[in-house]
Design a protein around this ligand. Structure first.
Ligand SMILES: C[S@@+](CC[C@H](N)C(=O)[O-])C[C@H]1O[C@@H](n2cnc3c(N)ncnc32)[C@H](O)[C@@H]1O
Length: 517
């Protein structure tokens, strides 16, 4: 049996769709050899398992999870096969019998109709194995993921004790939702518990009310519910008859850095925001400007990069801290100052040294090399939230947020990069209602943005993006939540002819145009 902390291994790192090239870039920059990749996973060689697991969890900006391959079977046809595969694996060498663990599964197998079943069966096998080897039952985490979304924006998403979750959701909804007066605005509300729809539908919910609902959920849940217990994590990937069981060393997705205390409508995942910043090719020295800044994620991610603040510095808990051997001495590892009295270092000591070293390597907030990063949103509440999030990330000094219309964003004489994540239509408003906004973006980019600046925009709407009549230099596909999006890089100073006023021949002479496939 391989030792997770000491034996050279391969590691699989997961990420969102479209992010693989940026994750590979990060891995190569860290000096890792990339062995292969698919749409959402990159495999690498890890020569020093302990240091590599810790370092990757701490440093990767675009990743979701760092997985250690444990057991696999290419003939896993059904749940009984899955049970056997898991039961005969030496879990007692990996898990602490008294620490809770949770299981995530990604299954594409025709025999499985209920997506909870692989998780339940896998949990059973692990519990049975541990009981037979250790004499008593391990503690399976009683928390289930609860997710409350309005128009795709997350209002609440945390592991929560199941029984209290149901009670609280009912209490919040019953005394409030039914009393909302009908307005012109409707929102798609989704409440999901453990991956299952508890309630979904289209309700009259003005945007302001959504914020009230969000606060209410946060307040009510915070007071009554035990947060997801820190625990070990297991990840099952099962496609047709190929099942792979990994030890998930991250637990909660690495995208959840921990600085985003509050979200605004349609917040971008931190890992996607980081990938977008990387995609713009920003040099971390010139100005970075984010109109439509919402809760501030892309601006904050840019500031973290400029300050060399590692994304894992905000999190106190990772699943690897709950695995066996976390506090055992690793042969050949010398104890540092933090463990002066011991001869050898433990993974915990190495983590302490690694994070202390990372802290020392951060660039000071007032260092002249750190550029101006600007966020602009016309909603005062969004700007307040963004400022609080930036402060929580320790970059409050470096990101300046302004309440303004995007078109009034002031740009410095020194050219830099503009990154826009405007409303898309599917999520916040109807597409047609957003046509004037995208026309406004077009006018702003063509008339107010000086040449030398770079401009990028992410959107899920092709018809709307086509209204930005500028040549595109690059188009990249990403997934933003459930939406297929494109990140478009524009050539400032190279406008396309305005369709309505131009005769047909004039439009045809344009060399590079974003073409409908
Ligand atoms: C899709 S959200 C941005 C989400 C953000 N990237 C995040 O991660 O939180 C779009 C934002 O654009 C803002 N907005 C819409 N129209 C605007 C305008 N004309 N000027 C400035 N901000 C605007 C909205 O208030 C909203 O916060």
């Amino acid at each position: 049996m391989r030792n997770l902390w000491t034996d050279p291994t391969t590691l699989a790192i997961t990420c969102g769709k479209g992010i693989v090239p940026f994750l590979e870039q990060e891995l190569t920059d860290l000096g890792y050899e990339v062995l292969g990749s698919n749409e959402t996973m990159v495999g690498i060689k890890a020569k020093n398992a302990c240091r590599d697991i810790l370092r990757l969890n701490l440093s990767l900006r675009t990743a979701q999870r760092v997985l250690w391959p444990f057991v696999q079977d290419t003939r896993c046809r059904n749940l009984d096969d899955l049970y056997d595969l898991a039961y005969y694996a030496p879990w007692e060498q990996i898990l602490n019998v008294d620490e809770p663990f949770f299981v995530t599964n990604v299954t594409k197998n025709d025999t499985i109709q209920d997506s909870r079943m692989p998780t339940l069966r896998l949990k059973d096998a692990i519990v049975d194995r541990m009981r037979s080897k250790c004499g008593h039952r391990p503690n399976v985490s009683g928390a289930v993921p609860v997710r409350v979304e309005a128009d795709g924006a997350i209002l609440y998403s945390k592991p929560t004790a199941l029984r209290s979750a149901m009670r609280v959701i009912r209490a919040v909804l019953e005394d409030w939702l039914n009393t909302i007066p009908e307005t012109q605005e409707r929102a798609d509300l989704l409440i999901e518990v453990d991956g299952y729809d508890l309630m979904s539908g289209n309700f009259y919910l003005p945007k302001l009310d959504l914020m009230v609902l969000k606060k209410r959920f946060e307040r009510t849940f915070a007071s009554r519910i035990t947060e997801g217990t820190p625990s070990a994590a297991i990840y099952l990937w099962w496609e047709d008859t190929h099942a792979k069981i990994y030890i998930d060393t991250s637990g909660n997705s690495l995208s959840r850095r921990g600085y985003r205390k509050e979200g605004w409508l349609a917040p971008m995942q931190e890992s996607l925001a980081a990938a977008c910043v990387m995609a713009t090719g920003w040099d971390k020295k010139s100005p970075f400007v984010v109109p439509f800044s919402g809760s501030g994620t892309p601006a904050i991610e840019a500031a973290l990069m400029a300050r060399n603040i590692l994304p894992g510095m905000f999190r106190a808990d990772y699943a690897f801290m709950h695995l066996r051997g976390w506090t055992s001495i690793i042969p050949g590892e010398k104890a540092g100052v933090s463990a002066r009295r011991r001869i050898g270092a433990t993974p915990q000591d190495i983590w302490r040294e690694m994070t202390a070293q990372a802290k020392r390597e951060e660039v000071a907030h007032d260092d002249p090399s750190v550029p101006v990063i600007v966020g602009v949103d016309w909603e005062e509440e969004a700007v307040d939230i963004a400022e609080r999030n930036a402060n929580a990330a320790g970059v409050g000094h470096n990101v300046k947020f302004f309440v303004d219309d995007f078109a009034d964003t002031s740009l410095s004489a020194q050219p830099g990069v503009i990154f826009m994540n405007p409303p898309y239509g599917e999520r916040l408003e109807e597409e047609t209602a957003l046509e004037p906004l995208y026309d406004g973006i077009s006018t702003w980019l063509r008339t107010a943005v000086p040449s030398g600046w770079e401009a990028w925009m992410i959107t899920s709407s092709k018809p709307l993006s086509l209204r930005v009549r500028l040549q595109t230099k690059q188009i990249l596909d990403f997934k933003n939540g459930a939406l297929d999006c494109r990140l478009l890089g524009y050539d400032i100073g190279k406008p396309l002819a305005d369709e309505p006023e131009q005769p047909a021949e004039a439009v045809e002479t344009v060399e590079v145009e974003e073409v409908e496939e």
